[in-house]
Design a protein around this ligand. Structure first.
Ligand code: FES
Length: 619
């Protein structure tokens, strides 16, 4: 019997496809190539995949009824991952549900390093063979390279096979491309200057690529985009679960990320007017899961006790093997991992900030779903990862969204007047992580939220701040604070900070703070001993440190000790591209850093519980 199919039209793109009866709208959107938020990976717990079915929506499932408000159900909102297609549908994907163009941080700390790339392109003039000089073509080339300072070059058999013809075609005047010591290609002498590499920071949420001229060390172009794997879950656990549940799941996630890296290669090359075939090497930093998915290594051991990665060392593989569209004989170097949840991105942060060479006690924090923390000096570095959850990326927050156009990214209080700022100064669509921290800090400071995280009833607040009290409402059985009224938003619905949202912030900041305190205890230091707090990563660089200090997300240090280091992981990848000696340093760092497994520490839970409390806040 023919399979029953239905026509689904996704708006506003108008993309139409026929989907089998019973398929979820989340899977249908993926099949249509629409990247939709799905922070929980389709478990029905995050409400990130809200869609609107304007006409004849299917009855809400139990999960939709539990997770969405009565008002949202009345407005025909449903969760895409919970709604199965049983007839023809028109589906509207609201702005906040799309994985749109979020702000991606590409800049980072700058350090001066020597230009010693692993790839060199060397023009050599070789004497043509003669009866008096019967050296083989390969020896002739190796000797020519030695004269140019490249000792011990060797020639792969594939190159040797084509060498006689190629050398003669180039009149014994080739530009030899040497990666490490291996000759991989002979180019025209006029192309001797065209030698590029690309460094990638492969994050769970965002991807950044830096095209670098390996002759001058100059940054030639930058490209970034959201990680398309996010359609299969916001955090690494959701993606690992997807791989375990779905046959071919790991292959799907691998092709998504490789496809996005190839797009970035093409974009960088277009911007810099460079041919992709002139890019001979890529370096990659990424957390352990991103590293494994890219290398097609099994990921299941990472998330299951005893949390073991398949392979933690650095790898150099051929670009062709990975499907990366640089020069077909190019190489891809992936930096080593520290532990299952402390990856090569942390190695990149350490190299970029020079923590492994510093005498001063420094703390580096990359705030994210999987927060990574490093503390120490050149003598001793400790690292841990802590499950902060996706709240700061806008997930599990009632009106949460990523840092994209229309996101409320700043909240200030002027007396009793709330002052909001949105990204691109567009009408408000939702609340992103920085706005979330600001909002909570402001409400704790105003006494609307208590130190234990309870949102006070309007009647209690009215005595001191009547204007704020008017913003407190019941929101489907829980209390919420109206940040933007419906007339002030693009969506026409108000944007509230709910009691549950405050709780999510407490869990996230509690996890980060308890991680820091555990490392401090292990190191035998106090917060006041920390000479610098380095905020790395996309999120850390947009938060206001005074607000993060106020709610206890950062340890209590004087404000001037907090420094932004930008996308330090990406800088680390670039450094390893232009100076291959740093790859040895990366190995030393990966081996030398002591990993502290928080789940095994009896002192972590009590610290976590205590760290959830808000300190007294004055702004
Ligand atoms: S609720 Fe649908 S993806 Fe999370």
């Amino acid at each position: 019997m023919a399979e029953k199919v239905h026509r689904v039209v996704f708006q506003p793109d108008g993309r139409t496809l026929f989907v089998p009866d019973g398929q979820t709208l989340l899977d249908a959107a993926r099949a249509a190539g629409i990247h939709m938020n799905a922070p929980c990976g389709g478990k029905g717990t995050c409400t990130g995949c809200r869609i609107i079915i304007p006409l004849s929506p299917p009855p809400p499932t139990e999960t939709c009824l539990r997770e969405l408000s009565g008002e949202e159900i009345r407005r025909n909102l449903r969760l895409a991952c919970q709604t199965r297609v049983r007839g023809d549908l028109r589906v509207v994907i609201p702005e906040e549900t799309r994985l749109g163009d979020q702000k991606i941080l590409t800049d980072g700390v700058a350090r001066e390093i020597a230009l010693e790339p692993n790839v060199r392109k060397v023009a050599v003039h070789l004497p043509p063979p003669a009866v008096s000089d019967q050296r083989s073509d390969a020896d002739r080339l190796i000797d020519g390279l030695a004269e140019k300072g490249i000792d011990g070059a060797h020639i792969d058999i594939r190159i040797a096979r084509e060498l006689p013809e190629r050398l003669r075609a180039l009149d014994f005047h080739p530009a030899a491309v040497v990666i490490g010591r291996e000759v991989v290609y002979l180019d025209r002498p006029t192309a001797a200057d065209a030698c590029y590499g690309i460094a990638f920071d492969v994050g769970t949420t965002t991807l950044v690529g830096y095209l670098v001229d390996l002759v001058t060390g100059r940054l030639a172009a930058v490209a970034s985009r959201g990680n398309p794997q996010a359609a299969y879950g916001d955090d690494v656990i959701a993606r690992i679960e997807y791989c375990g549940r779905q046959a071919g799941g790991a292959r799907t996630l691998n092709s998504l990320v490789v496809g996005a890296l190839n797009e970035m290669v093409a974009e960088c090359c277009r911007k810099a007017a460079v041919k992709a075939s002139a890019v001979y090497e890529a370096t990659v930093v990424g957390n352990s899961t991103m590293n494994h998915l890219l290398l097609r290594l099994p990921v299941d051991g990472i998330a299951r006790a005893p949390f073991v990665a398949a392979a933690a060392s650095a790898h150099t593989v051929s670009a062709r093997d990975l499907g990366l569209r640089i020069h077909p004989r190019g190489r891809v170097y992936t930096a080593p991992l520290i532990a299952s949840f402390v990856g090569a991105d942390t190695v990149g942060v350490i190299l970029a900030t020079g923590m492994h060479e510093s005498d001063r006690l420094r703390l580096a924090i990359d705030i994210g779903t999987n927060g990574e923390i490093v503390l120490g000096t050149r003598e001793r570095l400790l690292a841990c990862s802590t499950a902060a959850g996706p709240a700061f990326e806008g997930a599990r927050i009632r009106y949460g969204m990523r840092a994209a156009t229309g996101a409320i990214d700043r909240v200030d209080m002027d007396g009793e007047r709330l002052v909001l700022h949105t990204i691109d100064e567009a009408p408000a669509v939702g609340l992103c992580g920085t706005g979330l921290i600001d909002a909570v800090a402001a409400l704790v400071a105003a006494g609307v939220v208590t130190p234990s995280g309870m949102m006070r009833a309007a009647a209690d607040v009215a005595k001191r701040t009547p204007a704020l009290a008017r913003r407190i409402q019941g929101a489907d059985g829980e209390t919420g604070f109206v940040l933007a009224a419906k007339g002030e938003t693009l969506t026409g619905h108000p944007i509230l900070l709910t009691q549950r949202d405050v709780r999510e912030v407490q869990l996230a900041k509690g996890a980060m703070a308890a991680g820091v305190e555990t490392l401090l205890a292990e190191f035998g230091a106090a917060a006041s001993d920390i000479q610098e707090v380095l905020l790395a990563g996309a999120f850390g660089n947009y938060i206001r440190p005074d607000r993060a200090l106020a709610i206890g997300l950062l340890p209590r240090v004087p404000l001037e000790r907090v420094k932004f280091v930008g996308n330090a992981a990406g800088v680390g990848a670039r450094m390893m591209l232009v100076n291959c000696g740093l790859r040895r340093a990366a190995d030393d760092v990966a081996r030398g850093v002591e990993h502290v497994e928080l789940s095994q520490r009896p002192d972590f839970q009590p610290r976590f519980a205590e760290a959830m409390i808000f300190p007294p806040v004055t702004l």
